[in-house]
Design a protein around this ligand. Structure first.
Ligand code: PHE
Ligand code: NA
Length: 447
């Protein structure tokens, strides 16, 4: 495909791998996955989840990268042009549009949570939780959510950091930030796991995470594993399509996807090995849901020796995880604005960032002054969450995999993936039938 302008590129395969892993590794890994494993049957759940990752997550990840690399543009123009180049309708652009819209909507409330991580990092470092009891720590979280001013400050700081990184461009911003934050995240996580082994709660944590309980596996658990496989890899948001658009032809997509998926999974399991030893060693409730991170852990850190340092490390880690995901959410929006308006990279980032920031304010107000503003029975925060996770993401992901598996020239796909005829047969079967069926099942059952 002839190009009239030079499009940004990752500077190295390693940089791309770290940026994609940075996007994938987020709250889903640090909070949700460990919590799900414990609730849903330990190793039995892990096996189901790994199957979902292999049969659904990985093929969609590869499809999004492949489409993005062929299009070399923002997700909307990429879908339109790759479709046209294959003799298909340009209306496929709608798959790019739902992706970018999803990324924009998610970032607005993701940034609010990122702000919580920042705020808690400060509170930890300054010893605010030292010696507090359960009621006091819970009360502090409730009071924080009830205060729109504090939420606004931290949402704004988090959004400013996100905009600052994205404004610096693909290799100078996203890639460089990921090269700094992801290794740091890995080291911080290892420190916490190492601490976990010294607590006396480590055995209980391993038991909680890995002891297979097959009786807990039911349709609901399988659906949860399916949904999480999708969410954890940042699929269906135009993110991986945008990241693929900066990718050189020399990168092996399947091999790279395997690396990213492996790192995402290893970090999720390590997060469980960091969190649960502390929870069990202090006799706390492992199933405290959303409060696990913002109430249970601060309570523990406030009452153990070295808790000041360990707690600060934990919330720094959480901030890195959230920030590398947030920059990936802003990128498809910025790429779109930059390519479709006369704005420079800087201008496009400012405009996209400001719009997201403004919507985020509506989201954070739903924890307090707009708590009673309900649309379809949901407050604004929950509405944004449900609208994206139940509709936009599955539909975009489904569109991407169906397009890649059914509407691209098969021979060129086989060559691009470097597969033999036999291996390509397996790929085709999974990409054409298994993965779309999986997404469809999740989508329909969520309705
Ligand atoms: N993949 C991220 C996680 O596991 C989730 C995410 C959502 C990332 C939205 C980017 C955007 O937490
Ligand atoms: Na993830």
């Amino acid at each position: 495909m002839a190009k009239t302008h030079t499009h940004a590129q990752w500077s190295s395969r390693m940089g791309f791998v770290l940026a994609a892993t940075g996007s994938a590794v987020g709250l889903g890994n640090i909070w949700k996955f460990p919590y799900m494993i414990g609730q849903s049957g330990g190793a039995a759940f892990v096996l189901v989840y790994l199957a979902c990752i292999a049969m659904i997550g990985l093929p969609i990840l590869v499809s999004e990268w492949m489409i993005g690399r062929r299009g070399q543009k923002n997700p909307i123009n990429t879908m339109s042009e790759v479709a046209a180049a294959n003799g298909r309708s340009r209306n496929w652009a709608v798959v790019g549009a739902t992706g970018v819209l999803g990324a924009f909507l998610i970032l607005s409330f993701y940034s609010v949570i990122g702000g919580w991580a920042l705020s808690y990092m400060g509170d930890m470092a300054s010893g605010s939780f030292s010696g507090m009891d359960k009621e006091a720590v819970g009360g502090a979280f409730t009071a924080f959510l009830a205060d729109p001013g504090s939420l606004l400050v931290w949402h704004s700081v988090f959004m400013a950091l996100t905009v600052g990184v994205v404004a610096m461009g693909v290799s100078g911003g996203l890639e460089r930030a990921s090269k700094l934050m992801m290794p740091a995240l890995g080291i911080l996580l290892m420190v916490l796991v190492a601490y976990g082994t010294t607590t006396g709660g480590f055995g209980a944590a391993v038991q909680y995470l890995f002891n297979p309980d097959w009786s807990k596996l039911d349709g609901k658990v399988v659906l949860a594993a399916l949904g999480h496989a999708f969410f954890t890899l940042s699929l269906g948001m135009g993110i991986m399509m945008a990241y693929g658009s900066y990718l050189g032809q020399d990168v092996n997509l399947l091999r790279t996807a395997r690396t990213v998926v492996l790192m995402d999974t290893v970090i999720a399991i390590a997060a469980g090995l960091a969190i649960f030893p502390i929870v069990f060693a202090n006799g706390l409730d492992p199933a405290a849901g959303p409060g696990l991170i913002f109430v249970t852990l601060p309570l523990a850190f406030g009452n153990i020796s070295g808790g000041l340092v360990l707690g600060t490390i934990f919330f720094l880690l959480l901030t890195f995880a959230a920030l590398t995901s947030a920059i990936s959410l802003l990128e498809p929006v910025v790429e779109l604005v930059e390519e479709r308006t006369p704005l420079s990279r800087l201008g496009a980032t400012a405009v996209a960032g400001m719009a997201t920031w403004a919507l985020g304010i509506a989201a954070l107000l739903s924890f307090n002054v707009w708590g009673d503003v309900l649309i379809f029975g949901l407050n604004i925060f929950d509405l944004l969450d449900q609208l994206t996770s139940k509709f936009l993401l599955p539909l975009t992901g489904l569109g991407a995999i169906v397009f890649a598996a059914w509407y691209l020239d098969r021979d060129s796909v086989r060559k691009e993936l470097g597969l033999s005829a036999g291996a390509f047969g397996v790929w085709s079967f999974v990409a054409r039938f298994v993965a779309p069926a999986g997404v469809l099942i999740v989508f329909v059952s969520n309705l």
